[in-house]
Design a binder for this molecule. Structure first.
Ligand code: HEM
Length: 512
C-alpha cells in the first residue's frame, strides 16, 4: 500500500512538473515573441500558428517540401513560428539575392542548435562561428591554403588514385570476375560514393586512405560521420523550446557528445601521429593540407591551435562527405531513371575522352553534357535544401516587411529549383536545359544556389567541382548499370543535414 501511494504521489508530482513546465514554456514563448517584435513591425505573412507549438505540426518529415507548399499560398517571404523560434522562409531567387547578397552581412549569423554545442564545437567551428575575425581567418585558410587552384592541382594525383580504387571495387562487383559476363553483385552506390568521398577528402587533407571498401573500420567511420550529420539534421525540441535544453528530451545532445567525441578522438590520433613523424629526423614531408595547417600554426598570424585543426577537420568531413556522396547517388538515380540521358553522357565521354582512357580533372571543362548533368542534379536534388540556417544580426527591411533581429532564415533552395515560373518542366530531369545557358552554381545565379551565396557560401565548392564530376564520370564511363530484377526505382527523399534518397540506390554494374 505504501508503494502504491508513493507511486501515485510520484506520478502526480511528475504531472505537476510537466504542467508547470508547459505553462512556463508558454509564458516564455509569448514574452520572447512579443519582446522581439516592435508593435509597428509588419512581418511577412504566414500560416495560422497553433498555441505554444506554433507551426511545428506543419513541418512534416520533409520540411523543405512542406515549406514549398506553404509558400505557394503565403509567398516567397513567409513567417513561421517553430516553438519559440521565429523563422522566415525565403523561396524566390529575387529575395534570396536580397538576403544573401544585398544584406549579406546582416544575415551572416547562424542559429546554433544544442547538438552543435557539444565539445565546445560552436565556439571553434567555421560553420557556426559568427562572421567575425576568427571565422574570417578560417575561411581564409580554406580559400588560400586548402581549396585554391594551386593546392588542388597539387593533390590531384592522389584523388585519381582514390577513384581508381572505386573503379576496382566496382569491377569486382561485375559479373564474370570483372569481365562483364554472368550476373554481377549490386553496388550500394551511395555507400561506395561515400567511401570514395571520404578517401578523396582524406587524401586531399592528410594523404591517407581512411577506409577500405567492405571493411569494419569503414563501416564504423561511415556511421560516425553519418551519426554527426544525422544528429545535426534532426529537429530538436530543445531548440524550439530552449528551456528543455537541460533535459535533453530526445537524447540528441547525448548522442552528439558521443559521435563528436569519437570523431575528434580520431583526428587527434592522426594529428599526433603526424606531429611525431615531423619530429623524426629524416622522415619525408607530406605535401598535404594537414602539413599546411601545421605550418600555419607556427609563427603566423593565424594563431591556429591543435583544437582549431581538429574541429576544422570535423567541419570539413561532416560538411563535405555526405553532401558529395548523396549528390552522386542522386545523379546516378536520375541517369538510371532516364536511360537516354545516361546514353548522352556516356557518348560524350566515349567521343571526347576515348574508350579505354580515364577522365582527368583537366578534362571536366571540355565535357559540357557532364557539367550540365551535374547542374541539373543540383537544381533537382540540392544537397542542402534549406542551406544551413542563417540568423538576422539586426532588424532589416525586405520587400516592405520587417525581419526582426535574431530571426532564423531558411533559404528554400529546393523550392527555387522546382519553381515552374523559373524552370520549364521543373519536375523532369533535363540536363539539356543547361547546355545553352550560362547559369552556374557558383553563387551568382540565384535560381541555382546549392552552395549558397555571399560570405557564408560553401568554401568546399572548388573541391566538390572536381570530386563530383570525376566520380560520376568514372562510374558511367567505365560501367553499364542496371537494376536488380523486380526493383522499382523512386526519388523519395529523406530530410537531414544533407538530402538523402529515402531508399538507397543499388545497381548492378557491367564492365564496359
Ligand atoms: C555536393 C557537395 C556540397 C554541397 C551541396 C554543399 C553545400 C553547402 C551549403 C548549402 C552550405 C551552407 C551555405 C549557407 O549557409 O549559406 C555549406 C557550407 C559549408 N560547407 Fe559545403 N557543400 C558541399 C561540400 C562541401 C565540401 C567538400 C566541403 C569541405 C571539404 C564543405 C565545407 C563546408 C563548410 C565548412 C561550410 C560552412 C561555411 C560557413 O558557415 O562559413 N562543403 N555547404
Amino acid at each position: 500500500c505504501v508503494c502504491v501511494c508513493e507511486r501515485d504521489e510520484m506520478g502526480f508530482i511528475t504531472l505537476l512538473i510537466i504542467l508547470f513546465t508547459v505553462l512556463w514554456a508558454a509564458v516564455l514563448v509569448f514574452r520572447s515573441n512579443s519582446r522581439r517584435r516592435p508593435s509597428s513591425a509588419k512581418l511577412p505573412p504566414g500560416p495560422y500558428r497553433f498555441p505554444i507549438v506554433g507551426n511545428i505540426p506543419q513541418l512534416g518529415l520533409n520540411p523543405h517540401q512542406s515549406f514549398a507548399n506553404l509558400s505557394k499560398t503565403y509567398g516567397p517571404l513567409m513567417s513561421l513560428h517553430l516553438g519559440s523560434v521565429y523563422t522566415v522562409v525565403v523561396s524566390s531567387p529575387e529575395i534570396a539575392r536580397e538576403v544573401l547578397q544585398k544584406h549579406d552581412q546582416v544575415f551572416s549569423g547562424r542559429i546554433i542548435g544544442a547538438a552543435a554545442q557539444v565539445h565546445d564545437h560552436h565556439n571553434i567551428s567555421i560553420a557556426y562561428l559568427p562572421a567575425g575575425i576568427e571565422w574570417r581567418k578560417k575561411r581564409k585558410i580554406c580559400r588560400e591554403h586548402m581549396f585554391s587552384t594551386h593546392r588542388l592541382d597539387e593533390s590531384q594525383a592522389l584523388r585519381r588514385e582514390k577513384l581508381q580504387k572505386l573503379c576496382d571495387y566496382v569491377s569486382n562487383c561485375c559479373g564474370g570476375g570483372g569481365g562483364g559476363g554472368g550476373d554481377g553483385r549490386a553496388v550500394n552506390i551511395g555507400e561506395a560514393a561515400f567511401i570514395t568521398s571520404l578517401n578523396l577528402m582524406s587524401a586531399t587533407l592528410f594523404s591517407v586512405d581512411f577506409t577500405d571498401f567492405d571493411s569494419d573500420a569503414t563501416q564504423d567511420l561511415k556511421e560516425t560521420i553519418e551519426g554527426v550529420a544525422k544528429i545535426l539534421g534532426t529537429p530538436n525540441l530543445a531548440d524550439f523550446f530552449p528551456i528543455f535544453k537541460r533535459f535533453d528530451p530526445q537524447g540528441i545532445q547525448k548522442k552528439a557528445e558521443f559521435y563528436f567525441g569519437k570523431l575528434l578522438g580520431l583526428f587527434e590520433d592522426i594529428i599526433n601521429q603526424r606531429l611525431e613523424s615531423r619530429r623524426t629526423v629524416g622522415s619525408s614531408r607530406k605535401n598535404d593540407l594537414l602539413e599546411t595547417l601545421f605550418d600555419l600554426s607556427q609563427g603566423t598570424d593565424y594563431d591556429l591551435t591543435c583544437k582549431d585543426i581538429k574541429h576544422l577537420l570535423v567541419d570539413l568531413f561532416v560538411a563535405g562527405t555526405d553532401t558529395t556522396s548523396s549528390t552522386v547517388e542522386w545523379a546516378m538515380t536520375e541517369l538510371l531513371l532516364n536511360p537516354e540521358k545516361m546514353a548522352n553522357a556516356k557518348n560524350e565521354l566515349t567521343t571526347l575522352i576515348g574508350k579505354n582512357k580515364q577522365v582527368q580533372e583537366s578534362d571536366i571543362s571540355k565535357l559540357p553534357y557532364l557539367r550540365a548533368l551535374v547542374k541539373e542534379t543540383f537544381r533537382y536534388h540540392p544537397g542542402g535544401p534549406l542551406l544551413i540556417p542563417h540568423k538576422a544580426e539586426d532588424d532589416v527591411e525586405i520587400n516592405g516587411y520587417t525581419i526582426p533581429k535574431d530571426t532564423q532564415i531558411l533559404v528554400n533552395v529546393w523550392a527555387i529549383g522546382r519553381d515552374s515560373s523559373i524552370w520549364s518542366n521543373p519536375d523532369s530531369f533535363e540536363p539539356e536545359r543547361f547546355l545553352d545557358s550560362k547559369v552556374d552554381f557558383k553563387g551568382q545565379d540565384f535560381e541555382l544556389i546549392p552552395f549558397g551565396s555571399g560570405r557564408r557560401m560553401c568554401p568546399g565548392l572548388p573541391l566538390v567541382d572536381r570530386m563530383l564530376h570525376l566520380t560520376v564520370a568514372s562510374l558511367i564511363h567505365n560501367f553499364d548499370w542496371k537494376l536488380e530484377a523486380g526493383v522499382k526505382l523512386d526519388t523519395e527523399e529523406k530530410f537531414g543535414l544533407s538530402l538523402h534518397k529515402a531508399v538507397p540506390l543499388e545497381a548492378i554494374p557491367t564492365k564496359v
